[in-house]
Design a protein around this ligand. Structure first.
Ligand SMILES: [Zn+2]
Length: 455
């Protein structure tokens, strides 16, 4: 089985050949922590979570690193506006980010370095770039000299005019070339800063990923991922910082997920289509949000809609409905070749999901051994996609909305109803059933007793 991935650098689908078959290394740019994560922030997390699951299925060892950007002008601005301290903002939003991504079924990366823990490494890299003549100091700033690197721009494939326009350069008199970018900049006393050979200052944004990827994965690793919006300038600049000093491979492959829109338009607070993960989780199960993200191929633009999540939830009802009542345990040795093949073709999640639907159909038609085998396959395939790992009964029970009956109260009412039925007090048992129905709790009486679900 070969894994094919679309490599942004080569601009085509290529066969993935890790630098070391025994240890695959993956780096993905993580969040800047100053606000609630929105659904666009969640897309790369879920996409690269599936990639990581697939790599772990194929290779014996995978190391996945995703950073936290906790020094950034956006964070400084948020602190100024709210009066909350920078540390309080970054700690609070990091915690929420972790909760949100866990609710979407994303595993934690193996390492999650924070930029502020690696300032020394950033100063050291800046010194190296100055020494090699790829950077220069001007007015308390240290800038990367883009003309010092002949193949700058190879990832984004932009010509010089586009690079300058895309860099959205402010007029900065200390820049020798308009495309040059900041490695280090001075900090005033009210801003976070660290002592450096160039005075008290803070790093430019791009520096941290060059430093932290090397620290945790070495100077040459396999895949670097992120959202498409990071190709330029962020990833272009990471390549410049990490490779200009010699024949250093840095990332062998580059993978980028496509843009996300919401309800057919670019997400914006003024249009009312700006969805934070927190807001969505108060309305929908995390698993339905995850499925809605995976129904579109990762490289395609994704139009994220609430109707789409509701549809994803109905599909999950179908999957869990097929698995309901199966008491076996998944046999991890079982293979699902069609699903693996789909994912190995540049993470074709829409095709993989169509195989999951076929398996659910098989379960519904089959009996005995065949049914057990199909159930097994569905669970194994679901695991690769980070889906279908909860007990079907728990899925149908859902989670209680605020102010409504919790699971224990429902179970107590069902016990009352059972007692009433035993006593042939059908007026009372019907009354309990109707009361539960009014709260959206639907009962199903079967041979093994009564089950329920939130409607
Ligand atoms: Zn980065």
């Amino acid at each position: 089985m070969t894994l094919e991935i679309h490599d942004t650098l080569r601009r085509e689908k290529v066969t993935f050949e890790p630098r070391d078959e025994n240890h695959v290394r993956l780096y993905v740019c993580g969040p800047t922590v100053y606000d609630y994560a929105h659904i666009g922030n969640a897309r790369p997390v879920v996409v690269f979570d599936v990639l990581c699951r697939l790599l772990k299925h194929i290779y014996p060892k995978v190391t996945y690193v995703r950073n936290i950007t906790d020094v950034d002008d956006k964070i400084n601005a948020a602190a100024k506006e709210s009066g909350e301290s920078i540390q309080a903002i970054t700690e609070r939003t990091t915690k929420i980010f972790h909760q949100d991504m866990a609710a979407l079924g994303a595993h934690d990366p193996d390492h999650e370095p924070r930029a502020t823990d690696h300032i020394d490494g950033m100063i050291a890299l800046t010194e190296k770039l100055l020494k090699s003549g790829n950077a220069y100091e001007a007015e308390g700033h240290v800038l990367f000299s883009v003309p010092s690197m002949p193949d700058y721009g190879k990832l984004s494939n932009l010509n010089r005019d586009e690079l300058i326009a895309g860099a959205r350069v402010e007029v900065a008199p200390y820049k020798k070339d308009p495309a040059d970018f900041v490695l280090w900049k001075p900090s005033t006393d009210d801003l976070p800063g660290w002592d450096s050979p160039w005075g008290r200052g803070r790093p430019g944004w791009h520096l941290e990923c060059s430093v932290m990827s090397e620290k945790f994965l070495g100077p040459e690793f396999d895949i670097h991922g992120g959202g498409q919006d990071l190709i330029f300038p962020h990833h272009e600049n990471e390549i410049a910082q990490s490779t200009c000093m010699g024949n250093i491979g840095f990332a062998k492959y580059w993978m980028h997920n496509g843009y996300l829109m919401a309800e057919g338009e670019k997400m914006s607070k003024s249009l009312g289509n700006f969805y934070t993960v927190q807001d969505l989780l108060s309305e929908f199960p995390g698993e339905a949000i995850r499925l809605a993200l995976l129904k579109t191929h990762y490289r395609q633009p994704l139009d994220f809609t609430k109707d789409g999540i509701a549809e994803a939830k109905r599909e999950l009802d179908g999957f869990y409905g097929a698995l309901r009542g199966w008491e076996g345990h998944p046999d991890s040795k079982m293979e699902t070749p069609a699903v693996i093949a789909a994912l190995s073709d540049d993470l074709n999640t829409p095709l993989a999901l169509s195989h999951l639907h076929e398996l659910a159909g098989d379960i519904n038609k089959a009996e005995g051994e065949e049914k057990a085998e199909a159930s097994n396959c569905l669970l194994i395939a679901g695991k690769l996609l980070g889906l279908l790992q909860q007990d079907p009964e728990d899925w149908f029970k859902g989670s209680a909305a605020e102010g409504s009956l919790d699971d224990a109260a429902i179970d107590a009412l069902i016990a009352d109803r059972n007692q009433a039925r035993e006593q042939k007090d059908f007026t009372r048992s019907d009354k309990i059933r109707d009361e539960l129905a009014e709260q959206g709790i639907l009962l199903e009486d079967g041979a093994d007793g009564t089950t329920w679900k939130r409607g």
